[in-house]
Design a protein around this ligand. Sequence first.
Ligand code: 6GU
Length: 236
Amino acid sequence: MSWTARLLTLFPEMFPGPLGHSLAGRALARGQWTLEAIDIRDHATGRHRSVDDAPFGGGAGMVMRPDVIDAAAEAAALSGAPLIVLTPRGRPLTQARVASLAAGPGVVLLCGRYEGIDQRVIEARSMEELSIGDYVLSGGEPAAMVLLDAVVRLLPGVMGAEESGEEESFSSGLLEYPHYTRPALWKGRAVPEVLLGGNHAAIAEWRQAEAERITRERRPDLWAAWQALADAAPTA
Ligand code: 6GU
């Protein structure tokens, strides 16, 4: 059985969407992972097939009904796979969580819409709530695509040896150093001299220093975490 993503969504036609292209799309075509989009509305009952209702206590928007979400979650359950709800009120998605998902059998992803999901079904099903950043999307579908793109590239055999993720941002805890290719002089801008010299130790040192500088400038949060780690286990 290949790594499986089951999506619970009101817009199943959005999938595979971008995940049908490029690296993830080629892996999907090769059978290295499986994508199943399930329409939440198929699990609605009653004459109107409603999936949402007005919030108790009043307020704007609609809330997804617990009974409908529960039935959809029951139908989608995947042995050993977590049930994750994508919502801006979730804990931040990290590369560490992405890697742990890639190491498991798959994931069930619930894409939230409207103002939210009834809290009782989130608790009853022990759902893990994840967010992809501090901004608000109109629904969880693009966030599910982001999560899956990040996971699929880590599955065995998906990335070639040349694009292997050893040196990239976040695996090391630092942002990546800048890259350069031909021409060596472009619009009056030269490539940093050290990269042209073939001194591999000097190149590695320059790249490390650039990675640290960029992280310090752009991401004081990552910089503090990296420094704390470096202090605890000095290597360089
Ligand atoms: Cl996971 N969902 C929505 N709707 N908005 C978000 C998000 C998720 N992560 C950041 N913003």
